[in-house]
Design a protein around this ligand. Structure first.
Ligand code: ADP
Length: 232
């Protein structure tokens, strides 16, 4: 089962002639089956870290390994297999507004290599998030909480062993946040690794999982059974 390892990873961006580190000299190992909250203020590097882990962007320095294999060096079928290891929910909604929920999930299933069983996989993923029957709806017809759950279903369509979730609970009310975390707990208890960037401090404190704190792209805290803001 996949283990994620980051060795001395840095990523910098240049904008308007100014270069700054989004992630700096970061070392981290996440074992399969862990549930990790990634916390830090806006701009701390959480999204960049998730993108580095998922191979969406390459590091400028250092290495990201998935099961001992260097992600940046994976090409062709190895790269395809690597990308299918991750179910990703980005901060920006990736649902196509002019397509039904069923089509959105089918497209994700086909992209994940499931041609014949795509429709079935889409139905199964919607059932997992408690939204069976919304296949013919359009994204605009759903509540924000339902939309986020559909996005999670989209990430789950090929049953990936690792979920990378960026602010999945942002803009949700307490009931919806709780439902979502309950769902994630359930998935985690069946072995799925969850790495989740969040500001939902109250829930981080209730869940008592591994809490990784980033400040200015550096890893400031990494605490098992942690609380929001714990450094040691
Ligand atoms: P967080 O998710 O914690 O809010 P980000 O990873 O989005 O933090 O951003 C970390 C830093 O990198 C911020 O200063 C942000 O402005 C910068 N950054 C992120 N993505 C880009 C980009 N594509 N181009 C330029 N700067 C970026």
């Amino acid at each position: 089962m996949p283990e994620i390892r980051l060795e001395n990873v840095s990523k910098r961006y240049t904008a308007e002639g100014r270069t700054q580190y989004a992630v700096r000299e970061l070392n981290l190992t996440v074992e399969q089956g862990e549930f990790v909250f990634l916390i830090g203020s806006s701009g701390a590097g959480k999204s960049t870290l998730l993108k580095l882990i998922g191979g969406e962007i390459p590091p400028d320095q250092g290495e990201v390994y998935l099961n001992g294999l260097n992600v940046a060096r994976m090409i062709g079928p190895w790269r395809t297999r690597m990308t299918r290891t991750f179910g990703i929910v980005n901060q920006e909604c990736l649902l196509i507004r002019k397509r039904t929920i069923g089509d959105n999930l089918l497209l994700a299933a086909v992209a994940a290599g499931m041609r014949r069983k795509g429709r079935l996989a889409a139905e199964k993923a919607l059932a997992i998030v408690g939204l069976s029957g919304v296949e013919s709806c359009y994204p605009a017809e759903l509540s924000i909480g339902e939309c986020r759950r559909v996005e999670l279903a989209r990430a789950l369509v090929n049953s990936p062993p690792i979920l990378l979730l960026d602010e999945l609970t942002a803009n949700l009310d307490d009931d919806n946040i709780w439902d979502m975390l309950h769902l994630l707990n359930e998935l985690n208890s069946r072995g799925t690794t969850i790495i989740m960037a969040t500001h939902a401090s109250r829930y981080v404190n209730i869940m008592r999982r591994r809490v990784i704190t980033l400040v200015d792209g550096r890893l400031l805290g990494d605490v098992r059974n942690g609380r929001y803001g714990d450094i040691v």
